[in-house]
Ligand binder design. Structure first.
Ligand SMILES: Cc1cc2nc3c(=O)[nH]c(=O)nc-3n(C[C@H](O)[C@H](O)[C@H](O)COP(=O)(O)O)c2cc1C
Length: 413
């Protein structure tokens, strides 16, 4: 069983979103502030709709933490939906208010609406869209922030940046930066925080903003591409021994599980397929510090180890054979354009079977910057899980000792 288990519940216009995270060790300091800053990052970016103005998310921790520290029991987090006051009857648990709001019978193309209604036998599509909505990702970001808090104890950091929105892209979207350089990666995702579209390239940022405005003007929407970078990774998380232990497979599943994500790549990804093997394999070197020429050493978390194997490039994106290899993990994902448009799309009413043109006003135009923050959270959950598999999961001090022993072992390998 995975050491870390999470489950979320809650409807988009229901009373609250709820997340339960089980397996976080005892002794980790944790507060709502650790979580709220990521909730704000998810909400802030350019291109989001009016809903973001209504919601100002706050994570309430209601179990698993005592006097500022985790106690090893499941942690429950609640995010209240501020809009709930206007939806109490429409989303009531009690049957007393049945029919107090008109049923949604018009499925929107590109959404779970039609198939969800068929699958669960609903004649009111609201029963589908309330849960299929990406509003649910707010609680995933909250749970992911707890995983990030845990990983930060071991100097593992996770950030993201947008490389493409519509046709507007950074200079080199396949590897926006040198994927082997931890410092540069951290610099890149920190720079991205200053951009309203979370893109580190100023010129590209401006074009992306313009692109979003143009799409909005036409009643249309845009998708795009982002990268998630994980630095401070030790080698050996995940395993080649079984398909579902592979770290790349676990990451792909977690990120593909985000609404509207249509593809995930690791390292050079699809680009790798175009090259000769000799061009893209990351060759292995060994150094004894002080006796060799160290000038080409990459900035990794193992730089302080006196003797170690290293690679000068990171086309593999930090994972070989389903295991972290000690280089930064680079994950790239593509998001489809937002399907709800002001510009009408053809669809058919599920009750009358009459055709109509689906058009809806209140919607995001582009949510790629937000999706990148959600992908950070999903990545954190997977990495924390794999980390605990290797180093234990009961108590933070015990995990620290196990981790230190492993670092010593790496020095002597
Ligand atoms: C952060 C985020 C915000 C989104 N906002 C909207 C939105 O405002 N309107 C919309 O129609 N779709 C929005 N989506 C996309 C839908 O949730 C998604 O397209 C839908 O679930 C169907 O995609 P799927 O087939 O990949 O599940 C958003 C997705 C994400 C990740």
């Amino acid at each position: 069983m995975s050491p870390l288990r999470i489950i979320t519940s809650g409807e988009s216009h229901g009373r609250a979103l709820i997340g339960v995270i089980e397996g976080i060790p005892s002794g980790l300091s944790l507060s709502s502030q650790d979580i709220d800053k990521d909730l704000r990052r998810r909400q802030a970016a350019y291109g989001r709709g009016e809903r973001m103005a209504i919601e100002s998310d706050h994570a309430d921790i209601i179990s698993g933490v005592r006097w500022g520290k985790t106690i090893g029991s499941p942690i429950s987090i609640i995010i209240e939906n501020n809009d709930w006051v206007n939806w109490q009857k429409a989303m009531s648990i009690s049957e007393d208010y049945e029919g107090s709001i008109k049923a949604v019978t018009r499925p929107r193309p590109g959404h779970a609406d039609l198939t969800g209604a068929i699958k669960y036998n609903h004649k009111d599509i609201r029963n589908v869209l309330e849960r299929s909505s990406a509003r649910e990702t707010a609680i995933r970001v909250a749970v992911g922030a707890v995983a990030k808090r845990f990983l930060s104890e071991f100097n593992i950091r996770i950030g993201s940046y947008v490389t493409q929105i519509g046709v507007f892209r950074t200079q080199n979207p396949e590897s926006g930066v040198d994927m082997a350089d931890e410092e540069l990666l951290i610099e890149t995702y920190e720079k991205a925080e200053e951009s309203p579209v979370r893109c580190p390239d100023k010129e590209a940022s401006l074009l992306m903003l313009k692109g979003i405005d143009e799409a909005k003007g036409k009643g249309d929407s845009l998708g795009g591409i982002f990268e998630v970078a994980v630095t401070g990774m030790p080698p050996g998380l995940g395993s080649y021994t079984q398909y579902d232990r592979r770290l790349n497979a676990r990451l792909a599943m977690a990120v593909m599980g985000i609404q509207a994500i249509k593809g995930v790549e690791i390292g050079l990804g699809f680009e790798m397929a175009k090259h000769f093997g000799s061009e893209v394999m990351d060759e292995i070197f060994y150094v004894t510090k002080g006796t060799d020429n160290n000038s080409e050493l990459p900035n990794t978390n193992l730089s302080d180890v006196q003797q170690f194997f290293y690679r000068k490039t990171n086309n593999a994106g930090g994972i070989e054979g389903g295991m972290s290899n000690g280089m930064p993990i680079i994950l790239r994902a593509a998001m489809k354009p937002i399907p709800t448009l002001r510009r009408p799309l053809q669809s058919v009413d599920i009750v009358t079977k009459e055709p109509f043109e689906a058009a809806y006003e209140r919607s995001d135009v582009c949510a790629v910057p937000a999706a990148a923050v959600i992908a950070e959270a999903m990545t954190a959950i997977v990495i924390a899980d794999a980390f605990m598999e290797k180093f234990g999961c009961d108590n933070i001090e015990e995990i620290r000792r196990n981790y230190q022993a492993y670092i010593e072992y790496l020095k002597s390998f």
